[in-house]
Write a new protein. Sequence first.
Length: 414
Amino acid sequence: MTRPKIMLMGSGSGLYREYLLASVAREYRVVLVQEEPVTWEGPYLHSAHPVSVTDMPAILGVADSEGIDGVLTWVEPCVEAAAFAAMLLEVPGNTPQAAAASRDKHRMRQVWAQESVPSARSILVRTADEAERAAKEIGYPVVVKPRALAASVGVTLARDERELAAAFTVAAGSDMGFGQAVGDVLVEEYLDGPEVSVESVVHEGEVHIVAVTAKRIGLPPGFEELGHLVSADAQAEAIGLVRDTVLGAHRAIGLTVGVTHAELRLTAAGPKMVEIAARLGGDFIPRLVHLATGVDLGLAAADVCVGREPDVGHSRAASAGVVFRYPERSGMIAALAEITPPPGVVEARWTAEVGTGVGLPPDHFVGRMGHAIAVADDAGTCEEVLRQVSEGMRAEVRPLAPGETISPSAQGAG
């Protein structure tokens, strides 16, 4: 039987996405469309076309010549183009309007407010004076973020007017390598409480919540994602707690196809939405879900994009987590110690090299030097293994010399 053919729009970072492409390629023929040259993707591809994802005539030409059965992306800047291509090709996909709303945090907040989906109060601003008025209206502390982007880039906490001015400058100038700076900024209510992400598979309008991921956030005034944990023994209770909010968020935005990544805060008043992405989560979260539950979110995303019923049944009951190693201060990496991982670690590696500049918020974002992934029978054991391996990942970071700079990083975007 001939395997269906999927058009993959953008591949993303091999560090964070190769395991997904490898999984999809075992069941599907993958046609990659992107302007960047093929590198790590090569072994998994049926073919590749050096075409811009915004060039719809060229995209349709590729689809016609290849005979495409579905359109897939897990790259944030390609979400709208993928939805538009799916619509034109008459294959399963979200509407362009839903895809656009999933990328526009202002529109997202508007829709949720209209549909009574719990989320943070938010005001769109374009100047520092507008930001100051919005913060006074909402009440400090406030979160200041770009209207678009991902991976918490440009997102900072402001506790007073002085911090607000700095936070606005950061948010308005952030681009994370996605092109020109976004410009529009949101000033939002700060939601207190633990943060989680919810990974769901949506097929023919039905939302299947697969896993809830506990997130460790830090490095103030930023909201850097320091690690994630998927614990199978906590899933039933966690899913029950967030189900109504997550289903309402999908329904309001109009997401009907694909794998989604929702972020929430578990406040004293109940779960409240932070945002939702119409794509697979980054930061190895789909890999953790697979290790902990057995559900292959990459394969599920491919299945639903061609109209197949996805397999979302849990076949494992473990705990899997990742910890990201950040520097203690901004500077230049001078030395990286050899990593000796304890039992339970399935991967531990440095992802930055000696001589690389790494930084911390609010001046730099996603300044990771390495990571470790662990699996254990229970959450407590997994967290202890991650603590041990993180402490063993020793790095020396020296101050920047005159003329040295830190390049922008987008590792966390996937």
